[in-house]
Design a protein. Structure first.
Length: 533
């Protein structure tokens, strides 16, 4: 062995040299600062051709600057979503408390599979899960859960628990032809289809139930669907309710769903379906569950205050859920991946337990401290717990109330401004989240009247097609004439999830995920609409 070469490697790559690490980090921060002066999303064009044709690897050992240089163009060419002009999706800038947490985690690089691999980091996960569970469920005796790679995986845990409830020991025996079905609303996220596919029940056995015009699952149709499935000899493993649909922030009536599935299962003498709530976006509503409307400490405006009142009542539904998905990397403004799957009752997770003899690596495992005994993943990153606890305690409950109420207030302001234009129609006027869905038609049209006729089934297929085409054409027109330095980036959804007479309704979309998106941004959005209409 060339000892000198080995020493050079260990000195450079396995010993912390503060100066060189801090210098490079400082350079990264300078790049972020430079980015803040540019319009969003226009940093550098992509070069996919060479990415595949010429993936180089250095021959000789280098130093940390080689590491920096290898990734820098891609770092620079990536939008940090710091700009207040980003309104296109449920993604915001990560907050700096989360950055501190995430950096600490990267320095120690814990593996949250078993206690002995990470010591206090597993304790931090228990703390973070309990903090989130208390926020969501209020009074719960034995909550538990784990951090996962994302909302998709958290929903997958929910689906899996349901399958184990109605077809016990599927984990060991496989589905073996069990007639398993699941139910979700039409505004539900596509990750529910992903889990139906990956869990082996098949996407065709995930049934959707239509929503009302508030984007909430229709309970009358849910009842019909349940009867139909039971009549056809199916086992209903789960109902996944949505709390805050991705586009419209539709909220399902969790308590109503609970009462329905309990009654229907009892009538048939079968195991009650698992009730999972996908609150990947909407969980942040719980920050406002204890907001005192009377004193109105944050001095939120009247409409927002009313909305908070309705939101408080909606969050009471969480108490009726068996499990919940929380994406802290969405409206928690945390780093990816910070998704949590939490159960209301700890013993539910027991259905996922492996025995220690199936895991020879972890022969000393104890399920209280060693999530590897039931998690899908083996190695698990610690970023979630670190991002969550740093954020919750840096920003604080009142800080989160301010951020969440502000996002709601900004959405309400944009909704009001848009509804004043007679050729525009806000499609989610009464949902309470950070997003605004709307139509823009050419000037002179009465968008409200057209929408109402569509809802009543009075438009001919031709008229429907032409109207929806116009909504898209106006959007394209704005895109083509967008002034990147001042006009916010919006997006376009093909379907809001509400489908009157089976018609998928597309919409323009603006989501207030960046606390810096202010009234000036809103005024400019309205101006850009007036420009194209
Ligand atoms: C984003 C989202 C998901 C998926 O979460 P990921 O973290 O992106 O995997 C699931 N459900 C809803 C409602 C979402 O908005």
């Amino acid at each position: 062995m060339d000892q000198a070469a080995l020493k050079k490697l260990t000195d450079t790559f396995f010993t912390f040299d503060r100066e060189s690490i801090l210098q490079i980090f400082d350079e990264f921060l300078s790049a972020m600062e430079a980015e803040s002066h540019l319009p969003p999303g226009s940093l550098m064009s992509r070069n996919y051709e060479t990415a595949q044709a010429n993936p180089e690897i250095h021959t000789l050992p280098g130093n940390l600057k080689d590491a920096r240089d290898a990734i820098f163009p891609y770092f620079w060419g990536t939008d940090g979503w710091q700009s207040r002009l980003h309104l296109e999706n449920v993604k915001g800038p990560a907050n700096n408390a989360s950055l501190i947490g995430a950096l600490a985690c990267l320095l120690k690089n814990p593996n949250l599979c078993v206690d002995t691999y990470c010591l206090r980091s597993n304790e931090l996960e228990v703390k973070a899960i309990t903090a989130l569970a208390n926020l969501i469920f209020y009074h719960t005796d034995s909550p538990w859960g784990v951090f996962t790679m994302g909302g998709t995986i958290s929903n997958l845990y929910g689906g899996k628990l349901g399958i184990e409830k109605v077809a016990p020991a599927t984990m060991q025996k496989g589905l073996a032809g069990e007639p398993i079905s699941g139910i979700v609303s039409e505004t539900g996220h596509y990750s529910n289809a992903t889990l139906a596919g990956w869990l082996g029940m098949g996407t065709e056995n995930l049934h959707t139930v239509a929503t009302d015009n508030q984007f909430s699952m229709r309970l009358d149709l849910l009842a019909e669907k349940i009867d139909w499935l039971y009549d056809n000899g199916r086992k209903i493993a789960f109902v996944i309710a949505t709390f805050g649909s991705t586009d419209a922030y539709g909220i399902d009536d969790i308590r109503g769903i609970r009462e329905l599935i309990r009654r229907k299962a009892a009538e048939r003498g079968v195991a009650e379906p698992h009730l999972h709530v996908d609150a990947a976006v909407g969980w942040v509503s719980s920050f406002l569950a204890e907001y005192d409307i009377e004193t109105n400490r944050l001095q939120v405006e009247h409409d927002t205050l009313q909305a908070i009142g309705r939101l408080k009542r909606a969050t009471e539904g969480f108490a009726f859920a068996d499990s919940v998905t929380i994406d802290f990397h969405k409206m928690g403004w945390g780093h990816y991946p910070s998704s949590a799957f939490i159960v209301n009752r700890r013993e539910d997770l027991g259905r996922l337990l492996r025995s220690v003899d199936q895991m020879p690596y972890f022969c000393e495992a104890d399920c209280r401290h060693d999530p590897a005994l039931f998690t899908l993943e083996c190695s698990r990153p610690g970023l979630g717990p670190y991002a969550v606890m740093a954020s919750l305690n840096g920003i604080g409950l009142q800080g989160y109330q301010t951020l969440v109420a502000n996002a709601m207030q900004m959405a309400i302001k944009l909704k009001k401004a848009i509804s004043e234009l007679e050729y525009c129609k806000v499609l989610n006027m009464d949902t309470i989240g950070p997003s605004v869905l709307f139509w823009v038609l050419p000037r002179g049209r009465d968008a409200n009247a057209i929408y109402e006729r569509l809802e009543r089934g009075e438009l001919s297929p031709n008229e429907v097609e032409r109207t929806l085409f116009e909504v898209h054409r106006m959007y394209e027109k704005r895109e083509a004439t967008l002034q990147p330095a001042v006009d916010a980036k919006l997006s376009y959804t093909q379907s809001t999830g509400y489908k009157p007479h089976g018609i998928a309704i597309p919409a323009w979309k603006a989501a207030f995920f960046n606390p810096k998106s202010d009234e000036a941004v809103i005024a400019q959005v309205v101006e850009s609409i007036e420009r194209v209409a």
